[in-house]
Design a protein around this ligand. Sequence first.
Ligand code: ASP
Length: 334
Amino acid sequence: MKPNSRRVFLRNTSISSLVLLANPLKSCSSKIENKIVSETYKPLILSTWAHGIPANDKAWDVLSKTDNILDAVEQGVRVTESDPDNLSVGLQGLPDRDGIVTLDASIMIGDGSCGSVSFVRQIKHPISLARQVMEKTPHVMLSGEGARLFAIAQGFPLEEEKLSPKAEKAYREWLVQSAYKPIINIENHDTIGMIGIGKDGKLAGACTTSGLAYKMHGRVGDSPIIGAGLYVDDEVGAATATGLGESVIRICGSFLVVELMRQGRSPQEACEEAVRRLTVKNASQIADMQVGFLAINKEGEFGAYAVHPGFNFAMHHSEAKVLKDAKSKFSDNG
Ligand code: ASP
């Protein structure tokens, strides 16, 4: 898939736009023997990609008014799900190879409560449906037609199954070759994964996507799989992933990042070790695939790391909101 103009825009804007916030509260830096070891912030919201900036704005607003980190992450990623220009999240995203948009989403809080939906059609806000699964059923995941029927029962409106103008154009172009290459490289993936910590230390995360463009009908990625695309534990921290879902599922990526933090790694070290393991387990594909991880620990320290350059993330805390480039295992020239 060719780089689209939005991604070119993302790359151009990834020279970190820093916006200092008015009336900043003091952030705390953790100190050990008078040595500053890391930046820590509470509250803190992190999201994958530049579309995380408006999503974080909404999450921050909700968090400021309610102190509810679960509401904040849900409302935050709903902004991305509603963005008519977004080709990788929500019903305006790129379809599968049969021309049908199917969505995956998950939500989790630090006490272990979680919910997800996968392979769901016609629902504008799958993240809110995932929350309903968490709160209104004894289950963790509903899929496909069952998820859609549950949505109807919960009063969610069904949207018309019609590709957005941008998705329709891109799909028609793809149909010319119809090349089935289920690969996510550094140009064509953009799930929003958002993780956050409130000032009370409670953590939550939300992850939502239209998944891999032109995937097989029925394909489900990492985003709705608890422990793959998202994992949250108030005892330790939270992590989320973006990129080639199959490779993330193979290493239980977000769970791995949280478990590495539990064993004493910093969020940055944990993301780096997860990428290292992922590159070993997916060695034959590694040149043409991308994955990025984001993590927060319960102190409010953060980390981010990707397989290749190009992954950026939006960070919002009491002093600033900023788009940052993540470091990566491989450099630009491989
Ligand atoms: N992780 C998503 C998936 O594999 C894709 C993405 O990050 O855009 O479905």
